[in-house]
Design a protein around this ligand. Structure first.
Ligand code: GLN
Length: 225
C-alpha cells in the first residue's frame, strides 16, 4: 500500500502523522508491504493508494489548500485513490471554509460540504458512533461544517462537537474525513483496520495490541461523561 502524507510541515500541528505510523504498523504486522511517502510543499503529489491530510492552523491550512488546488489530488481521487482527512484536511476537501475571520476561502470541492466559522471554538474530547463502533479522539477547531443533502456523515456525535454538535466528518466511497485528532487511527484500531482493508482489498487477520485496551478505557471514560 502506497501512502502519501501530504504537507506534514503545514498540516502536522496535532501529530496526525501518527495515522501513517498506525496504518504502516498494523499493515506490516499482517504481511502487507507499506511505503509511506512524506510529500513536502515543493513536491509533486506522488502516485499513492491513500493520501493523508492532517490538521493545522488557519494560515498553513490556507497555503495547503492553495497548493492542493493546483495539484493532481482531485484527478487522482477521481481515478480511485483514497483520502483520509482530519480537521483542516477535512475542511480543505469541501467547497469552502473560513480562516482568519469570516472570509470564505475556496476549497478543493471534492465533496459538497461547507465550513463556516462557529461562535466558539470546539475544543476537547470527541466521542462518536461510527456504524457499530465508537470512535474516540480530541478536537480543536473554529469551523462548523455543514454537509449538503446526500453526503453521509462519518459518525454521530455522542460527546463533543464534531461538524456541528450532531455529526462528525463525512464518508464517501473513497474518502474518510473527521474532526478527531489523536492520532485517530492509533486511538481507534478498528478504524485503522477498516481503512487498510478498504484500500488494499484484503481481509485482515485480527491483531491484538496494547492499543485495544487503551481504546476500551477511553470509550468507557468518555461514555460516562
Ligand atoms: N484551522 C481550522 C479551524 O480552526 C482547523 C483546525 C485544526 O485542524 N485542528 O477550524
Amino acid at each position: 500500500m502506497k501512502i502519501a502524507l501530504i504537507y506534514p510541515e503545514l498540516l502536522g500541528t496535532y501529530g496526525d502523522y501518527g495515522n501513517a505510523l498506525a496504518l504502516s504498523q498494523r499493515s506490516t504486522r499482517r504481511g502487507i508491504d507499506v511505503d509511506v511517502m512524506n510529500v513536502s510543499i515543493t513536491d509533486e503529489l506522488p502516485d499513492a493508494d491513500l493520501y493523508l491530510l492532517g490538521g493545522g492552523e488557519d494560515g498553513p491550512q490556507r497555503l495547503a489548500a492553495d497548493l492542493l488546488k493546483k495539484s493532481s489530488l482531485k484527478q487522482r481521487v477521481a481515478n480511485g485513490a483514497h483520502v483520509f482527512a482530519v480537521c483542516a484536511g477535512l475542511q480543505i476537501l469541501g467547497t469552502s471554509f473560513c480562516v482568519e475571520g469570516n472570509d470564505a476561502y475556496e476549497g478543493l470541492s471534492l465533496v459538497d460540504v461547507e465550513t463556516t466559522r462557529g461562535s466558539v471554538r470546539s475544543v476537547g474530547e470527541l466521542l462518536s458512533q461510527v456504524g457499530e463502533n465508537k470512535m474516540v479522539g480530541f478536537e480543536n477547531h473554529g469551523g462548523v461544517t455543514t454537509l449538503s443533502p446526500g453526503i453521509e456523515p462519518l459518525g454521530t456525535v455522542l460527546h463533543g462537537r464534531g461538524n456541528n454538535g450532531h455529526f462528525d466528518g463525512f464518508v464517501t466511497e473513497t474518502i474518510w474525513a473527521t474532526y478527531a485528532h489523536g492520532p485517530v487511527l492509533a486511538m481507534n484500531p478498528w478504524l485503522c483496520d477498516e481503512v487498510i482493508a478498504k484500500v488494499t482489498g484484503n481481509n485482515l487477520t485480527p491483531l491484538k495490541t496494547a492499543a485495544d485496551q487503551l481504546y476500551a478505557e477511553r470509550v468507557t471514560s468518555l461514555s460516562s461523561r
